[in-house]
Design a binder for this molecule. Sequence first.
Ligand SMILES: NC(=O)C1=CN([C@@H]2O[C@H](COP(=O)(O)OP(=O)(O)OC[C@H]3O[C@@H](n4cnc5c(N)ncnc54)[C@H](OP(=O)(O)O)[C@@H]3O)[C@@H](O)[C@H]2O)C=CC1
Ligand SMILES: CC(=O)C(=O)O
Ligand SMILES: [Mg+2]
Length: 421
Amino acid sequence: MSQDLKEAALEYHAQPRPGKLSVEITKPTQTSRDLSLAYSPGVAEPVREIAKDPENAYKYTGKGNLVAVISDGTAILGLGNLGPLASKPVMEGKGVLFKRFAGIDVFDIEVNSESPQAFIETVERIADTFGGINLEDIKAPECFEIERALIEKCSVPIFHDDQHGTAIVTAAGMLNALELQGKKIEEAKVVCLGAGAAAIACMKLLVSCGVRSENIFMLDRKGVIHAGRDDLNQYKAMFANDTDRRTLDDAIEGADVFLGLSGPDLFSVEQLNKMAPNPIIFACSNPDPEIKPELALAARSDLIMATGRSDYPNQVNNVLGFPFIFRGALDVRATAINEEMKVAAVHAIRELAKEPVPAEICEAYGVDKFEFGKQYIIPKPMDVRLLDVVPAAVARAAVDSGVARKGYPEHYPLKSMDDIR
Ligand SMILES: NC(=O)C1=CN([C@@H]2O[C@H](COP(=O)(O)OP(=O)(O)OC[C@H]3O[C@@H](n4cnc5c(N)ncnc54)[C@H](OP(=O)(O)O)[C@@H]3O)[C@@H](O)[C@H]2O)C=CC1
Ligand SMILES: CC(=O)C(=O)O
Ligand SMILES: [Mg+2]
């Protein structure tokens, strides 16, 4: 990051008041009568109603449009385990994106927990306050058990964004990139650098989309995950390949796809040059990708290049997923975000990239046009049509798969933020 951008980012967070989120009042509180409705004595009435039937919390409080973004700060972006308080700017940032793109209110909660069990207990105790829980930046392998336990214990949707949000958006972009590069998914050789929360979930979803497990080489800090290793946790072991390749240099030879979900500058031009013709590079580590797009594009002209960042073409980032997925899930009061809902989101995002892009979206990015192709494989976060297609697809899948507690919303599809109820 340039010095200018670093300073601007600090100034942005500090001024004119610290942070990026605040709480707003939704009812008039001007008169003594307003106060007697909002607080004592009037507030006792909704209290009694909720005590009689917890479902009334959706009627009389903000629960139904409120998501908790919760982290323990153990895997903040690609910056590592910097602790819960340091994760707060990211969690506030997720709150901004939930609100800005899908009208969802967020409390960001940073938990100082001494163990996964303590974290699980903390979240379980507060879960009923929210319409849904977005787990964020929790490292693997702990994140898998945390999510599993919370799904079992809580009645609202639990969604670890770094796993599923990332996997949904990556799969949408990857299906389009493979199509554009003329590659068949069942033949594609995929190298995944990273074997954590995002990487494991991305590979699982890509396998369910058609990538063959034997064509995947996953790597962690110790190199290729292969059947001869005895240091693998159960999640990495699912991707242990029977191979004699051991390093990234070995694995990348002839690969069609490089997916980076690891850390900055870990993929070299020499390694890129070993890939098959028309390769696909998703260098998704934030904020610094595994390879800088300038270097990759200077080395080869036949590639498709994506990063997790807003300042390059092809932003493969879970921001395209979580606001819209939760919108759909909340609006049908889903009890879970299941595989059917995730797959529906993949296809909604993927197909939107092939539609003509309205002028106002191009204007927001300062370009004349976006057209489905190597520089535009996936929609832009500012594309308001995401609010139209993704919640509708997710809500429909929730209803059809039996996890919705309300019918498909009559006010769908959402054409603008004003349509949100
Ligand atoms: N663009 C997007 O939307 C998203 C991007 N990401 C990015 O993905 C990365 C990982 O995040 P997440 O999965 O949540 O974190 P985790 O901590 O769960 O996983 C990190 C993984 O990266 C591996 N890794 C780290 N350094 C190296 C290295 N030098 N060589 C090989 N592997 C390495 C770790 O290996 P080991 O297992 O050996 O420790 C681990 O498997 C981050 O950079 C994050 O910003 C994450 C979510 C969304
Ligand atoms: C984008 C995101 O969630 C991450 O990099 O962790
Ligand atoms: Mg994250």
